[in-house]
Design a protein around this ligand. Sequence first.
Ligand code: FMN
Length: 186
Amino acid sequence: MNVMIFTSSPNIDGLTAACGNAAKTGAEESGAHVVMVNLNRQQIGHCQACGNGWGTCRNEHKCQVQDDFQDLYASMANINAFIMVTPVYFGEMSESAKNFSDRLRRCEAFKKDKTFLEGKPILAVAAAGGSGNGLTSCLTSMERLFTHVRAEKFDLIGITQKNKGYKLDAIHEAGKEMVAVLIRKG
Ligand SMILES: Cc1cc2nc3c(=O)[nH]c(=O)nc-3n(C[C@H](O)[C@H](O)[C@H](O)COP(=O)(O)O)c2cc1C
C-alpha cells in the first residue's frame, strides 16, 4: 500500500511539517509505505496556459512545461492513497501547492480513461495561523481540486496554531484509518 504525502511549506519544522509527520506515522502504523514530497523542494513552475488556454494537457494529458512536474506526476500512477498538507496563505493553498495542483488538474480533468487519482482516497489538511482566517476557503479549493481529479475525499481537516494540540492527533488517526479502510477493502 503506497501513500504519497505532499507538503508545501518552506518551513521544515513548522505546522505543515508536523501535520505531514503525524499523517505519515499514522499511515505507517496501518502498514503503508509512505513517500514524502515537499513541493517547496521541487522545481515546479506555474501553469503557462499554453496556446489559447490549453496545451498538451487537454488531449495528451501531459504538461508541456518541462520541470520536476513530469516525474512527480508519473510517479502518482503507482500510489494508492494521497495526503495533501498545505499552509493557509491568504485563505488559499500555498504557492507551491497551487502550482502543482493547477497543472495536475489540467492533466487529469479531461482524461477519458481512469485518472491517476480516480477512486483513490485523499486526505486534505489546511494548516493555518492563529486566526484561522480563510481556513475554510482553502479547504474548499482543495475539495474542488479533488472533485476535478476524481479522487475519493476521505477527510478535509483544518488545523490552527491554537488547536493543534488535538488536531495533530486527529490527523494521525486520519492517516491511520484511511490506510486501514483501504486494506480492509482489499
Ligand atoms: C504569506 C502568508 C499568508 C498567510 N495567510 C494566512 C491566512 O490567510 N490565514 C491564516 O490563518 N494564517 C495565514 N498565514 C499563517 C500561516 O498559515 C501559518 O503560520 C501556518 O502555520 C504556516 O505553516 P508553517 O508553519 O508550515 O509555515 C499566512 C502566512 C503567510 C506566510
